[in-house]
Design a protein around this ligand. Structure first.
Ligand SMILES: NC(=O)c1ccc[n+]([C@@H]2O[C@H](COP(=O)([O-])OP(=O)(O)OC[C@H]3O[C@@H](n4cnc5c(N)ncnc54)[C@H](O)[C@@H]3O)[C@@H](O)[C@H]2O)c1
Length: 366
């Protein structure tokens, strides 16, 4: 496994930069291709210095020529595709940009891999940083035990405080962990673009230029997630708000459920998908498997950041299209990749809070 090159799009980001360090024992060279998006890295971002056998190329995945040149020069045997626009709410306002980067960027990557292969590059494996957003609402069981996608909640229900999804005529639904077999039902532009990434990679990979591993991450959190990007990463956004003295506002009744998975666990899943003898067939969920309410996580985070545990309000506000219950069934990740999450929510939140406090103290602003 050592005489190999890994190519990482988005490798300067939150997950990507930790992946670089974790991959070193597995490959001889790493090429990071990243445009240092100002929304993530700030307006005056300088190229990161990774050290070791790691080359950084500042480039955009929508620049077909630059991407092709970089892939052909790298001749990678492993590609991790992480570069993306990642804000769910922002994606409604900028559907063209989200499509251009996430969908077209993936298409250009596929074409670049084809050209590289014709030029003598080895058949490679592409690991996609996919998202659980492709499911839309999480999975539920009907009273008869059928597994269904939770229906989208209407603004009328939400404004009347009826937060649980209702399937007309089927009685009360019970939320349960989402398995990969659940039919995708993306509920945002971002989610649709993440599903298109999967489809493109699977459909074009069938021609044999590369093999594919698709991981669907739940909410990833931990040190290093941009504290200045207001569009993504609820726990980073909460951390910035607390550290700048603002009270937290929690939507609905505070009981929205998410599966928060620590960044190092996500990185180990990427390494496992890249190094497994054969790639898992079909998408694989990556999460903690633990259902955490936003209220519970906010209280712990407030405490770890040194603020008053109750410094939040539950406002009853809601966002149309928001998901009520999202928890991963991670049994396929364990059986196919031998992967399990190692970091508990408690440890992970302490680590995030310590890092956020240090960063805030060092930079004086976020
Ligand atoms: N963080 C999460 O909770 C989460 C959950 C599910 C899926 N994902 C997926 O994981 C991947 C990485 O997410 P992250 O949390 O590390 O985000 P991030 O924003 O920290 O990292 C993304 C990186 O991609 C780069 N980038 C953005 N647009 C680019 C472009 N046009 N060309 C080249 N580089 C570009 C950015 O500069 C950044 O360094 C994304 O594909 C995201 O959809 C993340």
């Amino acid at each position: 496994m050592t005489d190999r090159t890994a190519f990482i799009t988005g490798g300067a980001g939150f997950i990507g930069s930790r992946l670089v360090a974790a991959l070193r024992p597995h490959v001889s060279r790493i090429v990071v291709f990243d445009n240092l998006h100002p929304q993530v890295h700030g307006a005056d971002a300088q190229p990161p210095s990774f050290g070791g056998e790691t080359e950084f190329i500042r480039g955009d995945v929508t620049d077909a020529e630059a991407l092709r040149e970089a892939v052909c020069a790298a001749k990678p045997s492993l590609v991790f595709h992480l570069a993306a626009e990642t804000g769910t709410g922002q994606s409604y306002d900028e559907p063209a940009r989200y499509n251009n980067v996430n969908v077209m960027g993936t298409a250009w990557l596929i074409e670049a891999l084809r050209v590289a292969r014709k030029g003598g590059a080895p058949k490679c494996r592409v690991v996609l940083a996919g998202s659980r957003a492709v499911y839309g609402e999480g999975a539920y069981r009907t009273p008869e035990g059928d597994l269904v996608v939770g229906p989208v909640r209407t603004p009328e229900d939400l404004s009347a405080g009826r937060y649980l999804p209702v399937l007309q005529g089927r009685g009360a639904l019970t939320p349960c962990p989402t398995p990969e077999a659940l039919t995708p039902a993306p509920a945002s532009v971002y989610a649709s673009t993440k599903l298109m990434q999967e489809y493109l990679l699977e459909q074009c990979g069938a021609e044999g230029d590369y093999e594919v591993a698709i991981l669907r991450f739940q909410n990833v959190y931990g040190p290093g997630q941009s504290l200045r990007n207001p569009y993504t990463g609820v726990l980073s956004i909460f951390s910035s708000q607390v550290l700048s003295g603002r009270a937290l506002e929690i939507y609905e009744d505070g009981e929205i459920v998410r599966d928060f998975v620590f960044v190092d666990d996500v990185v180990s899943s990427l390494v496992a998908a890249g190094t497994a003898e054969t790639p898992p067939s079909g998408p694989v969920n990556i999460g903690s498997g633990y259902p955490a309410t936003i209220r519970e996580v906010a209280e712990t985070l407030l405490e770890r950041l040194g603020a008053t545990r109750s410094n939040y309000s539950v406002s009853g506000k809601f966002r149309p299209g928001d998901i009520r219950y999202a928890v991963a069934d991670i049994s396929r990740a364990t059986s196919l990749l031998g992967w399990t999450p190692k970091v508990s929510l408690d440890e992970g939140l302490t680590s995030l809070a310590d890092w956020a406090k240090e960063t805030y103290a060092r930079e004086g602003r976020l």
